[in-house]
Design a binder for this molecule. Structure first.
Ligand code: SF4
Length: 292
């Protein structure tokens, strides 16, 4: 398998075969994201994808159960190209059970529910989407390039098509001045999306990004670790979801919290309240241990 540049995937895809079908991200505007700063967006020639997949040793092909399509928003590909890729994967990988990729709202809004249903029926099972915030002012401030309403509608189409969603939001994204609004609105937007998985990350400053420059110049002042946990509590308190695996155990977070919602909501809130009332009673992840 050949890869162009650094390739990332969600932690839950650690054991998946990563098949690169695009390069970079078709959006690439977000102030906080340094992943594709130096990788212009492009579509990988399909022939190369075929060569890589067919070229795997047959013993490896027989064992692949999960595939993650890289890079940053493989769903930007047309439905025809996505079907070509899914057909190839099902032909070449006899044990394949799940195909997933990153996606953004614009990718989803470019496809009808019928098109997405066709992709679901051809094996596209799960999409990872970065909501980042449920607050339009915060999204505009970090140049996400998509509104909350667009993100909710894009996700609605995926859900209507039967595609599972894993949605992430980022603590600290609005700085201290809009911290509460960001958190409250994020709880509301996540509830409206009602995904199968929610992941909460804490903002990390990537060198070379606009966000790093804004924080370094003090144009944006970030909440401290306790302020980040207050945002997390506000998000959890606002969540009204049907059946969701909630995690804030990413390496960027100061405190791992997780559970199945709505069942574990009160226990999660109680755990967070305990920390917020007596921060010295808990060992938060040291700043130097936090990772992207
Ligand atoms: S956060 Fe997502 S949409 Fe924004 S630039 Fe990074 S990969 Fe692209």
């Amino acid at each position: 398998m050949r890869y162009h540049g650094a390739v990332i995937r969600p932690p839950s895809e650690a054991s998946s075969l990563i098949v690169q079908v695009t390069y970079g991200c078709s959006n690439n505007t977000c102030d906080f994201c340094g992943t594709y700063l130096h990788k212009p967006f492009g579509v990988r020639p399909f022939e190369e994808v075929v060569d890589d997949v067919i070229g795997l040793p047959s013993g490896v092909r027989a064992r692949v159960r999960r595939v993650f399509l890289a890079d940053g928003d493989a769903l930007v590909l047309s439905s025809r190209k996505m079907h070509d890729i899914l057909d190839l994967l099902h032909r070449a990988l006899p044990s394949l059970e799940r195909v997933s990729s990153y996606a953004n709202a614009r990718n989803l809004l470019a496809k009808s529910v019928e098109e997405l249903t066709g992709l679901r029926q051809n094996g596209l099972d799960l999409l990872y989407l970065g909501l980042e915030s449920g607050d339009d002012q915060t999204l505009a401030g970090v140049h996400k390039g998509m509104t909350v309403a667009e993100q909710i509608e894009g996700c609605r189409r995926a859900s209507a098509a039967g595609i599972e969603l894993s949605v992430t939001a980022i603590l600290g994204l609005a700085g201290i001045t809009r911290s509460r609004e960001h958190a409250k609105a994020t709880g509301r937007a996540l509830s409206a999306i009602d995904p199968a998985y929610i992941g909460i990350l804490t903002l990390m400053l990537t060198p070379g990004t606009a966000m790093e420059r804004r924080v370094t110049s003090r144009e944006l002042v970030l909440p401290d670790s306790i302020g980040m946990l207050r945002e997390l509590r506000e998000i959890v308190a606002g969540l009204e979801v049907t059946d969701c695996l909630f995690r804030s155990n990413h390496a960027s977070n100061y405190l791992p919290v997780g559970g199945r919602l709505p069942h574990d909501k009160h226990a999660m809130l109680a755990a967070l309240d305990k920390v917020l009332l007596a921060p010295e009673s808990v060992q938060l992840r040291p700043e130097s241990w936090r990772l992207l």
